[in-house]
Design a protein around this ligand. Structure first.
Ligand SMILES: Cc1ncc(COP(=O)(O)O)c(C=O)c1O
Length: 384
């Protein structure tokens, strides 16, 4: 029989999605894969019903339905201050997942290097390898997950074609400061590299931290390829809507990659999601407060439990240190949590390049009732 492609042996199936399957099999509360158990805003549901009766059942324009792109450009400009042209600066994709693949394939030639911070969202290494690039890793160091400037400068000496910046970061909950982003930009300029940002949690940032749009930093627009998503902002992870935002020169190339990967995102969902993009500023403040309250509920249980954990500055992830529990590794701990405690979290090693296997990542994008039920179950860990 013919062998399958060797590049596929360089990474495994997603540990996050695998943990979800195990959680479902054992009826555990799923705090592994980040998606809500509550509905999107009513405005989106109404718009979705309306969209099903409209003329939106055939392919939309490959790089995004015009009405969606126009609303998207207005929304991005409102928050970043950038002048976004819907016809030149955007490609609508099937989630940030596709956007990242498109960005990587648009930026990199086979053999190019890409800087990835570790820990990292697990898709990035796979995206790099699938596009023929080689990831090189720079550590984000606890407790605040800052990076060592010299280490990053050394990584840039290897002449990478791009650096990936997940901001706010999954899994660390880190929000990059303006100074950190300016330093990354300075290195990218010195070494003529792209900055590929992944920003699906831009509206889930806890005070006093603030989201800084890398593309809006002075001189950054031309070399920044923004990947983003509506999944988390409007609680619609199943709608699979995201986008690439970049300069006209980059977008002209990115459109080709997207066209041959997927042709386009679902037309009726683009139509319905316009209602989300047109939400007033108060919606986004409400979203932040909604998640801040969830964070407080969930972290209060972790405090009672008494195991150390990371305090997120943004996103909805927290990593709990299980080293005192005596497991051989985090995979064993994750399986035990699912089967014996009834709560699923992701083995932290799947996010790290370094041999780190004492962390479990939970997310708190769940209703208060679900979080309290999960919290009560987690307290039973004390009996171990
Ligand atoms: C950092 C990051 N990027 C991308 C994604 C995927 O988002 P999408 O649903 O837009 O494909 C996720 C989902 O958890 C994420 O955490």
């Amino acid at each position: 029989m013919p062998a399958t492609a060797t590049r596929l042996s360089a990474f495994t199936e997603s540990v996050i999605r695998g943990t979800t399957r195990l959680a479902t099999r054992h009826g555990a509360i799923n705090l592994a894969q980040g998606f809500p158990d509550f509905d999107p805003p009513e405005e989106l549901l109404t718009a979705l019903e309306r969209a099903t009766r409209g003329p939106h059942h055939q392919y939309a324009t490959t790089w995004g339905a015009p009405r969606f792109r126009e609303a998207l450009a207005r929304k991005i400009s409102r928050f970043s201050g950038l002048a976004i042209d819907p016809d030149q600066h955007l490609v609508v994709t099937c989630g940030s997942t596709e956007a990242m693949m498109v960005a990587m394939m648009t930026a990199c030639n086979p053999g190019d290097k890409v800087v990835v911070f570790s820990p990292f969202y697990e898709n990035y290494a796979a995206d790099a390898i699938l596009s023929g690039a080689e990831p090189i890793y720079v550590a984000l160091r606890p407790p605040d997950f800052s990076f060592d400037r010299e280490e990053l400068a050394k990584a840039f000496e290897q002449k990478p074609k791009a650096i990936v910046v997940c901001n706010p970061s999954n899994p660390t909950g880190k929000v990059f400061t303006r100074e950190e982003l300016l330093y990354i930009l300075q290195l990218a300029e010195e070494h003529d590299a792209f900055i590929i940002t992944d920003e699906p949690y831009e509206h889930i940032v806890f005070e006093p931290h603030q989201h800084v749009h890398t593309a809006a930093l002075p001189g950054a627009f031309e070399r920044t390829i923004v990947c983003n998503s509506l999944s988390k902002t409007y609680s619609i992870t199943g709608w699979r809507l995201g986008y690439v935002q970049a300069s006209a020169r980059v977008i002209a190339e990115a459109r080709k990659v997207h066209d041959f990967l997927t042709v386009g995102a679902a037309a009726p969902l683009q139509e319905a999601a316009v209602a989300g993009l047109e939400m007033p500023d108060s919606y986004y403040l409400g979203l932040r407060d909604h998640y801040a309250a969830k964070k407080d509920v969930f972290l209060s249980y972790l405090r009672q439990l008494g195991l150390p954990f990371t305090e997120p500055q943004g996103s909805y992830f927290v990593m709990m240190d299980i080293s005192s529990l005596g497991f051989a590794d985090d995979s064993e701990a994750s399986e035990w949590l699912i089967k014996e405690i009834g709560v699923a979290g992701v083995a932290g090693s799947s996010f790290f390049r370094e041999p780190v296997n004492h962390l479990i990542r939970f997310h708190f994008a769940k209703s208060e009732a679900t979080l309290r039920a999960a919290g009560e179950k987690l307290l039973a860990i004390r009996k171990r």
